[in-house]
Design a protein around this ligand. Structure first.
Ligand code: ADP
Length: 450
């Protein structure tokens, strides 16, 4: 295993800064890559070196494998950190890097492949003793088979594209009458977005919370869990507010499901950070998918355990042991993250533009991960996430009070953002009490955002 003195970050925005910061603290130099639309981006300014890898379209830049490999060769970077999104869960990319002897800061191509296909992932997890949502065994080839599964497990059901992600390729059928449309739409979305029309069917849970377990493996059969995050506040299956620990999860439950997850990834010699996602209803966990990368919401876990997950990723990618054991990991307080998007309410219309003034909140227990600066022009080509505000307190009420205070300090002028949504949510008794499930936000938006 090589020892890295320079790594390339195949990403942009706040996550590129996140990785540059971890590398710098480890004495490792960083290389930023950027499209022509991102010449003035903060990650380019902050890295030790930068390479332009193509035009604005991400297909021709951040997703261009030849350009990334060439950038490593030009700069002498020995490894690539993929961040999240873009190529972070692309097994072929990881394979190409292996062929070029460039280290990938993440799991093996094989693990990404297994977990990237949701049917295979579910099957693998089931065999490893992880509880799953009841549903079809493997793929469902046609409408007749789909109706049979529906009759067996009972409606409502959800039809999911095996290659799906980011909330795409999922359709609910409330009854047998809905099945034909839902089945065809899920297949079509799978084909259109992921080039794969295979689908499977699950029981649709009506009041679950989204609880995910952060796991970390050393690639040599050693693994730990870092508790859960509750990411139930979602819009169109996309998370907007995350917290750790989960308001409904007690230490005993955490230890039990955490051990199941850590044992599962130890059983496959998993390397690096991963997240095992569950729906949680009536005190039961149901596996839905595993993400084989760092998640957007990882900072809430870092806050309550006092660890740097990116540093750990870089360590294990060099063949070094993890810097903590399960016994070292103890929950300290409560953390909340909100995702701030450049979007105009009430329709969440993307709203790129120039930032006339930016002021980040600070003070005890406040972390602002953002690549914004005064005068920065947000290009229209990429994701609308412009910042993550993370707060940490001794308990949930303190974290909520801190979030409210920090939001009051934040200034993002010149564009519309989703900040007003959070001001409003922090007035809601259900948010203050932590009593919400995955459908709460959609319902609230319907009632409050006309
Ligand atoms: P993606 O890969 O697109 O993120 P997931 O399988 O992780 O898809 O599901 C995303 C979200 O969709 C979940 O957090 C949940 O809100 C909803 N969902 C997925 N499966 C079910 C199910 N069986 N019942 C109810 N909701 C579900």
């Amino acid at each position: 295993m090589p020892v890295f003195d320079k790594i390339l970050i195949a990403n942009r925005g706040e996550i590129a800064l996140r990785v540059i910061r971890a590398a710098r603290e480890m004495g490792i130099k960083s290389v930023a890559v950027h499209s022509t639309a991102d010449v003035d981006a903060m990650h380019v300014r902050m890295a030790d070196e930068s390479v332009c890898i193509g035009p604005p379209s991400s297909t021709d830049s951040y997703l261009s494998v030849p350009a990334l490999v060439a950038a490593c060769e030009i700069t002498g970077a020995q490894a690539i950190h993929p961040g999240y999104g873009f190529l972070s869960e692309n097994a072929k990319f990881v394979q190409v890097l292996e062929d070029h002897e460039i280290a990938f800061i993440g799991p093996t191509a094989e693990h990404i492949r297994i977990m990237g296909d949701k049917i295979t992932a579910k099957d693998t997890m089931k065999k490893l003793g992880v509880p799953c949502v009841p549903g079809s065994v493997g793929g469902v080839p046609d409408l007749d088979a789909a109706l049979k599964v529906g009759a067996e497990i009972g409606y409502p059901v959800i039809i999911k594209a095996t290659a799906g992600g980011g909330g795409k390729g999922m359709k609910v059928a409330q009854s047998a009458e809905d099945m034909e449309t839902a089945f065809r739409t899920a297949r079509a979305e799978g084909k259109l977005n992921f080039g794969n029309d295979e689908v499977y069917i699950e029981k649709y849970l009506t009041t679950p919370r989204h609880i995910e377990i952060q796991v970390f493996g050393d690639g040599k059969g050693g693994a730990v869990h870092l508790g859960e995050r509750d990411c139930s506040l979602q819009r169109r299956h996309q998370k907007v507010f995350e917290e750790a620990p989960g308001p409904e999860i007690d230490p005993k439950t955490r230890a039990k499901i955490g051990k199941v997850c850590a044992d599962a990834i130890a059983g496959i010699n998993y390397t690096g950070a991963g997240t095992i996602e569950f729906l949680y209803e009536n005190d039961e966990f149901y596996f839905i998918e595993m993400n084989t990368r760092l998640q957007v919401e990882h900072p809430v876990t870092e806050a309550i355990f006092g660890v740097d997950l990116v540093r750990e990723q870089i360590r294990v990618a060099q063949g070094l042991p993890m810097s903590f054991t399960q016994d070292d990991l103890e929950v300290q307080g409560h953390a909340i993250e909100i995702r701030i998007n450049a979007e105009k309410l009430p329709n969440f219309t993307p709203c790129p533009g120039t930032i006339s003034q930016y002021h980040a909140p600070g003070g005890l227990g406040v972390r602002m991960d953002s690549a914004l600066y005064d005068g920065y022009s947000i290009p229209p080509y990429y994701d609308s996430l412009i910042g993550k505000l993370i707060v940490h307190g001794r308990d949930r009420p303190e974290a909520l009070a801190r979030l409210s205070r920090a939001l009051g300090e934040l200034i993002v002028d010149g564009i519309d953002t989703t900040v007003p949504l959070f001001h409003a949510l922090l007035q809601e008794p259900d948010i203050l009490a932590g009593t919400y499930n995955i459908h709460w936000l959609e319902r609230w938006l319907d009632e409050n955002m006309d």
